[in-house]
Design a protein around this ligand. Structure first.
Ligand SMILES: [Zn+2]
Length: 451
């Protein structure tokens, strides 16, 4: 593109990263785009690290990326740019030796860039994050999750659901190239649906689609929303493909309960290196002070996490096989959420034939999410945090003057058994739900009228 060569590299030089002497031309092999709630991420796949410059130009808004001593291989122009602020992407050689990439923007952005070195999945990469104007951090996401409204002075119980990995970090890769980042997002969405369908509860999706969000940023987001419970959803992998089953983990302050737990924590904690948090500043300036404070306030929430975990194990036992009947413990960065009870669920082994089939199955994911949500909901109904609608109802408020409680049908349930549990006649439930017969199906949400 000739017009590009006339661009003057003038306005606001935002970064200049120096790393190697680029004697032989570096090759840009491909480019990918991801959209997060705050920014668009472009990832250039390189055959070797390189120097680069990024700057913006106005009227019209453009972002210019100069890749020093580089040439393009293949097509960089044909990216899905829907939902991003990029209208088009162009590239051309520059100065005989460099490559210039120009992004035509339809809005102002603040670029940040960094290199990611090669790992098991990818080679060397250059990451350009284009922050939307007025964002720049998780603060851009509105904090509305648990706010009480004038109509409803009692707040909801907020459950944060953190689908592991995402974007540049696929997590574990299993049978038939099944990717952990995809299956855990699918499970998270099922969990979200069911939490939001339960009166008195609200779900906060920490990762909403296929982009990477750093481990500490995840925790930060949970704090901003004053969540009551944090559940991280992952899937496991093992070189031995007979390893199978679900494991629940809580944070440990002092070592892991098993070597396996320690290794797993190491692997999940490495996600930031793979997914690319880069030097983008998180709010971790006072890391030392913070970690001291975290340790002090943690003891109580770990005990609560372990209790919830035990309760969830009983609930999950009905739908899947468990690798361990105890809640394991290890030092997961993602669970370092201070006063928030939190658990990490490894939903099965993506490297095991049977588990992978389950993880890939929408029906199984629904059953799994049902069991998880029923476990969370029954635990919090028995011990609702002060100030919540659920606490108010438990204390007799108008438990059901606003209608109904709900129950999500699990496998093995029958209408008569559910009715028995609520000490009412099955016909009462049929009437409340407009059912013409007593046939119910797994995943169905039933209104339970007040008795
Ligand atoms: Zn994982």
């Amino acid at each position: 593109m000739e017009s590009m060569l006339r661009l003057l590299p003038c306005a606001c030089l935002l970064s200049f990263v120096c790393c190697v002497n680029a004697a032989a031309a570096a090759v840009v092999e491909s480019v990918r785009a991801y959209r997060s709630p705050e920014y668009t991420r472009l990832v250039f796949d390189l055959d070797t690290p390189l120097e680069h410059k990024v700057f913006t130009l106005e009227n019209p808004d453009r972002v210019v990326i100069d890749l020093i001593g580089a040439k393009a291989h293949g097509n960089l122009d044909d990216l899905p740019l829907k939902d991003t602020h990029i209208d088009s992407i162009r590239h051309a050689p520059r100065n005989d030796s460099d490559l210039r990439v120009v992004l035509d923007m339809n809005a102002k952005v603040q670029p940040r860039s960094f290199l990611l070195s090669k790992n098991e999945q990818y080679g060397d990469r250059l990451v350009i994050d284009l922050y939307d104007a007025g964002s720049g951090s998780t603060e851009a996401r509105q904090v509305v999750a648990s706010a009480a409204t004038a109509d409803n002075p009692k707040r909801n119980i907020t459950v944060a659901i953190s689908a592991g990995h995402g974007g540049e970090d696929p997590g574990a890769i299993g049978i038939d190239r099944l990717r952990e980042k995809d299956v855990v997002l699918a499970i998270a969405r099922e969990v979200e649906k069911r939490i939001n369908a339960t009166p008195g509860f609200h779900a906060l999706m920490i990762r909403e689609s296929d982009y990477y969000i750093g481990l500490r940023e995840r925790v930060e987001l949970a704090h901003q929303h004053d969540v009551d419970f944090y559940v991280a959803i992952h899937a496991d992998a093992h070189t031995n493909n007979s390893a199978t089953g679900v494991t629940l983990y809580a944070l440990s302050q002092s070592g892991a309960t098993s070597e396996q737990a320690r290794l797993l924590a190491e692997k999940e904690n490495a996600a930031d290196l793979i997914g690319g948090v880069g030097p983008v500043s998180l709010t971790d300036k006072d890391e030392v002070l913070r970690s001291v404070l975290l340790d002090l306030s943690m003891t109580g929430s770990v005990a609560t996490s372990l209790e919830i975990g035990k309760h969830l194990i009983d609930s999950l036992d009905n739908v899947t096989n468990l690798r361990r009947r105890n809640v394991e413990q290890a030092a997961f960065v993602e669970l370092k959420s201070a006063d928030i009870p939190s658990l990490l669920v490894e939903s099965g082994y993506i490297t095991n034939t049977k588990d992978a089939k389950n993880l890939a199955s929408p029906e199984w994911r629904q059953r799994f999410a049902n069991a998880l949500v029923n476990g969370i909901v029954t635990w919090f109904r028995a011990r609702p945090p002060v100030g919540t609608l659920v606490a108010w109802q438990k204390e007799g408020g108008t438990a059901a003057s606003h209608g109904a409680d709900t129950y999500t049908v699990q496998s093995g349930d029958s209408l008569s058994r559910i009715a028995q549990r609520y000490k009412m006649d099955a016909s009462v439930i049929m009437f409340a739900n407009d059912l013409s017969s007593d046939i119910i199906h797994v995943g169905q949400v039933l209104k339970i009228p007040s008795s």
